[in-house]
Design a protein around this ligand. Structure first.
Ligand code: NAP
Length: 256
């Protein structure tokens, strides 16, 4: 196997939550690996900015405004792709939200917002992606952005932990169901990365110090640290890998 197995040249990747943070870094990294991109999120202006960066790399980048919590919006995304004659072979299910709160204070609105975005949204995006591929008789691959909370419990993050544990379960079950259709389903499990989602934690130096002490590599992740694992899992180098989560967490989940 040559290094081309690590290339995404000729692939079209749909990345949700591509307007900033981890999704943006994965989209840009996949473009560097040769892929063309479809960028989805709710913020049109930010998507256009990311599309401009990707186009300057010499890759194609289309944007689709979509809210993954809303099934009619997902349907419009699918129709929008079909109207533009685009059939992505890679889906990165990255869109996600988080809010910590003591579990005794969690209400239905918070539970629904987190679960509907992180789990229900990811499932129905995957369903529509796989339907179109199966109708076209094409193979494909899905990368779900899980979390440390897919494998460890985090106090006051119970809706989020539930969504990301569910997403790992979904990764395994869909990998088994769709393997014969040629669709691989894997996940990455990011540890601690400073983004808009997590910014609130980093403002507290005592939290940062305590967390750093628990990360064997002794630093927080940079969003670019997630690119290699993402490109690997979506390329031919991982042709016989499905149903797996690759933790990218500086060793956190492997240590006590
Ligand atoms: N940061 C970390 O340490 C960390 C660790 C583990 C896992 N993760 C996961 O990584 C993913 C990205 O997180 P991040 O840290 O990059 O957060 P972020 O900077 O807040 O980015 C979240 C992205 O998701 C999009 N999004 C949110 N709700 C959406 C919706 N309803 N429909 C469509 N797009 C939506 C946002 O775009 P719009 O607002 O424009 O819609 C944005 O592009 C999430 O799934 C998160 O759970 C993050």
């Amino acid at each position: 196997m040559g290094l081309t197995a690590f290339s995404l040249f000729g692939r079209l990747a749909l990345v949700t939550g591509a307007s900033r943070g981890i999704g943006r870094a994965i989209a840009e990294g996949m473009a560097d690996a040769g892929a063309d991109l479809v960028l989805a999120a709710r913020s049109a202006d930010s998507l256009a900015e990311v599309a401009g960066i990707i186009e300057r790399k010499g890759r194609r980048a289309e944007t689709l405004v979509a809210d993954v919590q809303d099934l009619s919006s997902l349907e419009s995304m699918s129709t929008g792709l079909a109207d533009r004659g685009m059939l992505p072979g890679i889906l990165v299910n990255n869109a996600g939200v988080e809010e910590v709160r003591p579990s005794t204070d969690v209400d239905e609105a918070l539970w629904d917002r987190i679960l509907d975005t992180n789990l229900k949204g990811a499932f129905f995006t995957a369903r529509d992606f796989a339907r179109r591929l199966q109708e076209a008789g094409q193979p494909g691959c899905i990368l779900n952005v899980c979390s440390l909370t897919s494998v460890v419990g985090v106090p006051t993050a119970v809706p989020y932990t539930s969504s990301k544990s569910g997403l790992l379960g979904m990764t395994r079950a869909l990998s088994a169901e769709w393997a014969k259709a040629g669709i691989r389903v894997n996940a990455i499990g990011p540890g601690y990365f400073r983004t808009e989602l997590t910014e609130v934690f980093y403002r507290d130096p005592s939290w940062s110090d305590a967390m750093l002490a628990r990360i064997p590599q002794g630093r927080f992740g940079n969003v670019e640290d997630l690119v290699g694992a993402s490109v690997f899992l979506c390329g031919d180098a991982a042709a016989y890998v499905t149903g797996q989560v690759l933790m990218v967490d500086g060793g956190y989940s492997a240590s006590i």
